[in-house]
Design a binder for this molecule. Structure first.
Ligand code: MN
Length: 485
């Protein structure tokens, strides 16, 4: 079977930005040599399209050989001494199958988009058979593709344009929303209001974590905001052909607060900072997935910055919610924080964010502190820098407690990855995984049917016991150990 591949250098522009011309040409030669050697080793035909893109034609057997060698080119490019400041990474999209060449090429392109949306430095391979699942290789650095001010401005304007073309803007986060999902949701609602559109935030008050209950009762003090909150039933009555759905802080339809509401929409916008997974809405109007951002709230704050000024301001309490979202996802500016995160925090403060109120929203109760301590006490080493905690099977934990436990374990000296396995509501077993950046917990969780980020991922498994899930996790960790050797 014929295979088509597209190779793209993820951060070529960033790297050559401040380089002397003569170094740029040396860099081009180096890259071309590496790709050419790799192509020769695999007996494939390749061609350079432009300075950052190549394409190749091969047989399925050649792709199998590349897989066997774990796409060694990824590693070679990354290890090349190009620039002391940056590491160059590359992504590839490959497709093969019985379909027409045209179709194979199109799927190869989609695979490349997926590889880059997932943070780059990886290969996505897929058979053209519509039932085939994509295979992922690499992805061992934490996102090198950086977002630019130009791109977020363009997104902000595109979003406004879509709002103006529609009448009603519905916003939904993931199930059991956290502060980031709620902050981003009300941020988007604020933008819809600025465009004089009806805005609705879908929440299910039955399915919220204890932390969120306090936030929602605070929210009820601001009628302007609480009026926007609607239930599944109310939403279904209001949705019409001039309605658009904005998914914030998630992109997998099955994680929606209400799947029925999701299904009712044809026009969908996605704003997320999680690495793109396999499950994805069909033909969204607009997709903004930025894994380099700390939080969805950070992305939304950036949009707001482009659409507000001294006279046009957001409703009260929204900047506070957005800042709380950033606080939670960065663990008070300790992880995934960039200069831009601080810029946005500063911007939100000038917009009236109340830091004391943020602290109040985020403070934990004694009960939750005790649950975390119990889980920490049950943890054990997988190896000296990886810990796994397995809860008592008679106890059911909420997602926030589990996530906080995984964070707590990771914050301990010498621990590079933590996994917390607990029984959760609805008779599922959940794993929350964290990493300090040396171990890719996303791929481990994906192997167990979940997803997330390089450093922060999770999964939910039905119909298994805690022990069985632990065994499965250990098997995945063993595999990881073996590929290292
Ligand atoms: Mn988030």
């Amino acid at each position: 079977m014929t295979a088509i591949g597209i190779i793209s250098l993820d951060n070529y522009d960033d790297i050559i930005d401040r380089m002397d011309d003569k170094y740029v040409s040396a860099l081009n030669t180096l890259i071309t040599t590496m790709i050419s050697d790799w192509a020769n080793d695999n007996h494939i035909f390749y061609k350079r399209i432009n300075s950052e893109r190549y394409f190749f034609v091969a047989k399925e057997a050649d792709v199998d050989r590349m897989k066997e060698h774990q796409f060694v080119l990824l590693k070679q490019v990354k290890e090349a001494e190009i620039n002391s400041e940056f590491v160059l990474t590359l992504s590839m999209g490959i497709a093969y199958g019985d379909a027409e060449i045209e179709k194979i090429g199109e799927i190869a392109q989609n695979n490349l988009d997926l590889a880059q949306a997932r943070g780059g430095d990886q290969v996505v391979v897929k058979d053209t058979d519509p039932n085939a699942k994509p295979q992922f290789f690499g992805g061992n650095t934490d996102g090198t593709i950086r977002r630019t001010r130009t791109r977020s401005r363009a997104m902000s304007l595109a979003l406004k344009k879509i709002f103006l073309e529609n009448q009603k803007v519905f916003i939904m986060g993931h199930r059991f929303p956290d502060m980031d999902a709620v902050g981003a949701a009300f941020g988007i609602a604020g933008l819809a209001k600025l465009a004089n559109r009806e805005a609705y935030v879908l929440l299910n008050r039955e399915e919220v974590n204890p932390d969120m209950t306090r936030c929602l009762s605070e929210l009820d003090k601001y009628t302007e905001l609480s009026e926007m909150v609607i239930t599944e039933k109310e939403a279904l009555q209001k949705i019409d052909h001039r309605s658009v759905l904005v998914m914030v802080d998630y992109h997998k339809p099955s994680l929606s607060i209400s799947q029925t509401v999701y299904d009712a929409f044809e026009k969908i916008i996605i704003i997320d900072h999680h690495r793109r997974g396999d499950e994805f809405p069909n033909k969204p109007l607009l997709t903004y997935i930025e894994t380099s951002a700390s939080s969805a709230s950070e992305l939304v704050s950036e949009f707001i910055q482009f659409q507000t000024n001294r006279k046009i301001r957001l409703p009260k309490f929204v900047p506070t919610l957005l800042l709380a979202g950033i606080y939670v996802d960065t663990k008070s500016f300790a992880v995934r924080t960039t200069g831009k995160t601080f810029d946005m925090a500063s911007f939100l403060k000038t917009q009236g964010a109340d830091i004391a109120l943020v602290q109040y929203l985020l403070s934990s109760d004694l009960d939750s502190y005790l649950s975390i301590s119990r889980l920490v006490a049950r943890s054990d080493y997988y190896r000296k820098d990886i810990v796994v905690s397995v809860a008592d099977e008679r106890e059911v934990y909420d997602g926030v407690t589990v996530a906080k436990t995984a964070d707590t374990l990771l914050s301990l000296n010498g621990i590079h990855a933590s996994f917390v396995i607990t029984k959760q509501a609805g008779d599922v077993i959940g794993i929350s995984a964290r990493s300090s950046g040396t171990i890719n917990v996303q791929t481990i969780m994906e192997a167990l049917g979940g997803g997330g980020h390089f450093t922060n991922a999770a999964t939910q498994i039905k119909g298994k016991t805690l022990d069985e899930v632990q065994q499965e996790l250990f098997q995945e960790l063993d595999k990881l150990e073996r590929t290292k050797e």
